[in-house]
Design a binder for this molecule. Sequence first.
Ligand code: GCW
Length: 687
Amino acid sequence: PDENGIDGWLRYAPLSSELASQFKRYGNIIALRNDESSPVRTAAKEIQHGLKRILNQEANIGHDLITGSQVEGPATIVIGTVNSFSHAGGDVSHIAQLKEDGFWLHGDDYDNVQILGQNERGALYGAFAFLMLLAQGKQCPSAHVSNPSAPIRWVNQWDNLDGSIERGYAGPSIFFRDMVVQDDLTRVSQYARLMASVGLNGIIVNNVNSHHDLLSPRNLAGLGRIANAMRPWGVRIGVALFFDTPKILGGLSTSDPLDPGVIAFWDKITAQLYQHVPDLIGYLIKANSEGQPGPLTYGRTLADGANMFADALKRHGAGVVVYRAFVYNHHLDESNWKNDRANAAVEYFKDMDSLFEDNVLVQIKYGPIDFQVREPTSPLFAHLRKTPTIIEFQVAQEYLGQQSHVCYLPPLWKTILDFDLRVDGKPSLVRDIVSGERFGWNQSGYAAVVNVGSDSTWLGSHLAMSNLYAYGRYTWDPTSNEVDVIQDWTRLTFSSHSTVVDTVTSISMESWPTYENYTGNLGIQTLCEITKTCHYGPRPDAADGNGWGQWTRADAHAIGMDRTVATGTGYAGQYPVEVAEKFEKVKTTPDDLLLWFHHVPYTHKLKSGKTVIQHFYDAHYEGAANAQTFAPRWKAIQGLIDDSRFQHVLFRLVYQAGHAIVWRDSINEFYKAKCSIPDEQGRVGNY
Ligand code: GCW
């Protein structure tokens, strides 16, 4: 058995003989396609492997469809696209219309199974759906139709060419080493398998802080090899580009997006890239952000920059430009109370909506700052109506414990996806905006910074993998229930034993609120070390006096950013009117975002009746106290899962318990000293 985690949730542990005996014998798998790189072929082999592992059955793979139900003898599993099934003589009249990547999964009265995709990827997704049910001892449903919420369901890796990973917590890159693409891409295929199993269909393989060497001839060929390794799993690749590549790699005097030499440079690179990666998904661009060059460097607009890449892609293929909205000045002057980094994205992009080419999308982080423990939904989602958008999440827990603290993220994601922006006074849930439904787009969706590394756990911690699994599930269906998702993941990853399922579920469900309590509550953000690159551990004093604009404006009397229109930075006014009015007033701002929007005295009374400062004290004690319970609770499953993974998780939970106390005391003592208001309960920290 895989005790090191490489298979993640795809371990296909054998069912008990009692459960296994309830399943029919599957004798034949009919794959309606058989090319090397076809996801249908991959699906057939995956099913063969899964049947062997889960039911200890040997099934043959064939390619010729026997029409009509197989009534006697072993059952048959047919896998292909709806079209190929129909061409082979199959009856498709009862199959509902599928969306791109969707699938039909049907077990008939004799347990024969049809897995038919709208396209080949869809067939593979259907195969995984079938196998993941089987692995939980569940029978194949009949006439089940499943369609993804959005067409773009991508992953971003922040891998550098030297093999390091920015915000990676699981060892070096599986893609690059010593400035080139690795020779052995076994782990890359395994990663694509995990992605495909939860419906993820694209990946940007390198860091948005990109390096010009990515486009050297040797690396272009290497990118072709990466694409080949992932294609059988229906995962297509794209790359992040460094804006000044024409100057540095091309030897030009400028990287001005309107310069003919620059245009010709990108044209040539794009043509070469398509030779190696004919199904390239496109380019991801981080520009004019955190000191990076971009179109503004050359006196051009953001649209000029994006459109230059868009034109190059259009001339050679079908790829899209994904332009990141993370454009801001990281030398902001805090003495000006009107300054606010949170305002930047809307200010830069709101007038650009009609200026982008039709193959440009804008990728927006879920909140206006940077993956904090709590942020309001980015208001930019309400401003771009012609330009399709991608929402950016972060599975890599940069500000959320860096995989050394457990933090199950779907409850956080839901605060964003279920948020109603009330654009034009109409229901405008973020999930309906990014699905394309609200504004009528046909290309939009999801990206998450994942940053798997070569560690056998992929992310550095076994529990953190629930977030990668859940990310896929949410891109497919953002209305998923977060408890169902963690329970499915637990059964697939560890065991169906009720003690295991209950333990992992309860710890996971408490993990984000617990972490929020001891790291930065009431919307004040994660109060971590932001002046150094680590972004780890408590450092409340770093939240002011920095150029990054992640401020709390804490002094001896009051705390919080005044982001109102009336007296503050005006940020609240970037939301559509109904939302803006709510955030403009203290009274109607929810407590959990109070200090995000308002500057209030420490003695201000919350809706709960507590003062702000007493809430700080209490929440930090509550959060840290709950973190103490995780390791003892985890011990309940000792012996019910393999010892290797049991110990690996236990080690981290014990560490987290200690670190939560460090967080509690450093934050509480810092604010106690700042405002000189004692804790009503007289508690004193050790820090
Ligand atoms: O906040 C920052 C991260 C950087 C990252 C940047 C971004 C890749 O700390 O490491 O750079 O966000 O999203 O571009």
